[in-house]
Design a protein around this ligand. Structure first.
Ligand SMILES: [Fe+2]
Ligand SMILES: [Fe+2]
Length: 341
């Protein structure tokens, strides 16, 4: 491919998947952004209904892909939890060599391209939890409240997780844009939002959020290691430092307080929870595969001489070093997940 796909990943040859995922981004931005009454509300609802049908087909396609992987789920709650936790080591996309490479060898330009995609694929965990917790039983709801409170920095703005990601984006001069994002990364965000915003997938969302907690710590530690190697200052990599530290505990609590009580009360929920977790892991694996194609030029191992796609960034514009926060141009940066420009 390599250069052709790298170019397509940024500029597009627009594929049907690109078009679909960009439309679903529009759907999610509109339904999640606070608004006001307006004259075109009938048209808006009709368009959203059309997009919601596209979303339903997308979610069902991804759900069908999990069938073989969860055909024999353990019936005993503790055995089911052991199976669920094993996904962190043996689930789809785990131990991807891309992350070790980011930690040990990737250039700053590689890392910035990767992080730009990552920001686009981040759907805003706290908002997803807030949607999913509606009318859940007390034990599960309380754990979701504790998780949400952690996301909110336990009431301190400086401890909120979302702004930490924004700080990294600003410092590195990233410009996350739909048009510069591979469809697989958009699909990951659209999957999480679709599961959380449609009540028919409420238990799938619980599985998917649990899979995020289960797999983020190891991943965040490797990204943090790569950023440290590239001399990115601690405040800018705090999002990854923090998640490398806290998500293992979040995963244990989620499994014990959310998943276990739900499946004890209703064993049939094992299937949607398992499907949701696998949907998330398969979608994340799909992202990593595309990232390797772009960053490694389609090779199964990194190229000896690095050829990397370039992403226009604020620091490019300003002619500055990407990790120099003091000279970055924050006015050009919109690092907000789920609201890509
Ligand atoms: Fe978080
Ligand atoms: Fe977490």
């Amino acid at each position: 491919m390599n250069s052709a796909l790298a170019v397509a990943a940024r500029l597009g040859t627009i594929t049907p998947q690109d078009s679909l995922q960009r439309r679903l981004c529009t759907l999610n931005r509109r339904r999640l952004t606070p608004g006001l009454p307006h004259a075109d509300w009938v048209d808006e609802i009709q368009q959203q209904a059309h997009f919601a049908l596209l979303e339903g087909r997308f979610l069902e396609t991804d759900r069908r892909a999990t069938a073989a992987l969860c055909s024999k789920l353990p019936e005993d709650p503790d055995e089911f939890l052991a199976w669920f936790e094993s996904l962190a080591k043996t689930g789809p996309g785990q131990n991807d060599p891309l992350l070790e490479w980011l930690a040990a060898r990737a250039s700053m330009e590689d890392m910035r391209w990767f992080l730009t995609q990552e920001i686009a694929s981040e759907a805003g965990f706290e908002d997803l939890v807030a949607h999913v917790q509606v009318r859940m039983p007390a034990t599960a709801k309380l754990e979701m409240a504790r998780n949400y409170w952690d996301e909110m920095g336990r009431g301190r703005e400086t401890g909120m997780h979302g702004p930490m990601l924004a700080e990294m984006s600003t410092t590195l001069g990233l410009l996350p844009e739909v048009e510069a994002t591979v469809w697989e990364a958009l699909a990951l965000a659209n999957l999480m939002a679709g599961l959380a915003c449609n009540r028919r997938y409420a238990y799938h969302a619980i599985g998917a959020l649990g899979a995020v907690e289960l797999t983020t710590a190891a991943r965040a530690r490797l990204i943090d290691k790569g950023l440290r190697r590239l001399d990115v200052a601690p405040p800018a990599r705090n999002y990854f430092t923090l998640h490398g530290r806290v998500d293992a505990a979040h995963a244990r609590s989620w499994n014990r307080e959310v998943i276990r009580p739900l499946i004890v009360a209703n064993p049939r929920l094992r299937t949607p929870i398992a499907e949701g977790a696998l949907m998330r892991l398969l979608a994340a694996a799909r992202c990593s595969e595309r990232y390797r194609i772009v960053l490694w030029g389609g090779r199964s191992a990194p190229p000896p001489v690095r050829r990397v796609p370039r992403v226009s960034t604020a620091s490019d514009v300003a002619g500055q070093m990407p990790h120099d926060a003091s000279r970055a141009n924050p006015s050009r940066i919109r690092p907000s997940p789920m609201s890509l420009r």
